[in-house]
Design a protein around this ligand. Structure first.
Ligand code: OAD
Length: 232
């Protein structure tokens, strides 16, 4: 780990599981209760906006009630103390990386505490609900939706992500099942550019074979230990 100068970390729902936020694909996961096409597609939103707004109102409230765990805090320490380049790309919509002390964070699937006005294109920090159709603070139209990337939509800031991946000498995937592209393909891109690839997850992910090394266990234990190795 001593010669590492440039790290890209990819995180998924598993890193926030120990903060009490449900993952997606576990037996008690979010997609067990809510079919993806109902609550995470533009078509589902057109069909039943009220259901979708309620779903994300619940997610927003859950995020606000959650606290960062030892894994988020360890990445916060890495961000503060690692002098090389670092980008934490998260698929998570919670703000637990930021509250865990990290600032070099990119939310490729959007953010629970942000809303997007489909009338004037403004984005606003939002802590309340959307189910009652509040007016957009910028244009006054009741046209705000969650600022979440749904299936069939383009994840945010992909150019920036691929640029960072192409320069990384270490790619680390934490708490993600490897079921959703393009994030699931990052490990292969990183390796194509010569990076070493490490996976930290509770169980082997779908793409485990693409990693040089997989460590199985809880993020709250594996991540602090790995950060300790990097920082020496
Ligand atoms: P998943 O629910 O698919 O996978 C979570 C992963 O975390 C699994 O591999 C678990 O084994 C692992 N895990 C669970 N608890 C853990 C713990 N305490 N420590 C370490 N690992 C743990 O969630 P994601 O891979 O994040 O997208 O899902 C990717 C995307 O699919 C999400 O961003 C979301 C979803 O559809 C959108 O909504 C756009």
């Amino acid at each position: 780990m001593r010669d590492i100068r440039n790290i890209v970390v990819l995180t998924g729902a598993g890193i926030s599981a120990e903060s009490g936020l449900r993952t997606f694909r576990a037996e008690d996961g979010l997609w067990e209760d809510h079919p993806v096409e109902q609550v995470a597609t533009p078509e589902g939103f057109r069909r039943d906006p009220d259901l979708v707004q309620r779903f994300y109102d619940e997610r927003r409230a859950g995020v606000m009630a959650a606290e960062p765990n030892a894994a988020h805090r360890a990445l916060g320490r890495l961000d503060a103390e690692f002098s090389g380049d670092l980008l934490i790309v998260t698929q998570n919509i919670d703000d637990l990386h930021e509250r865990g002390g990290a600032s070099r964070v990119l939310h490729m699937h959007g953010e629970a505490l942000s809303v997007w006005c489909t009338s004037c294109d403004a984005r606003h920090q939002w802590h309340a609900t959307l189910r009652d159709g509040p007016p957009c603070p910028a244009c006054g139209e009741p046209a705000m939706r969650p600022d979440i990337v749904w299936f069939g939509e383009m994840p945010y800031r992909m150019e920036e992500i691929f640029r960072a991946i192409s320069q990384a000498d270490l790619f680390v995937s934490i708490g993600t099942s490897g079921a959703v592209y393009p994030a699931a393909g990052f490990v292969q891109s990183a390796r194509d550019h010569g990076a070493r690839a490490l996976e930290l997850n509770l169980e082997a992910s779908l793409g485990s074979r693409f990693f040089h090394e997989t460590r199985l266990g809880k993020a709250s234990e594996l991540v602090p230990a790995w950060v300790g190795e990097v920082l020496g």
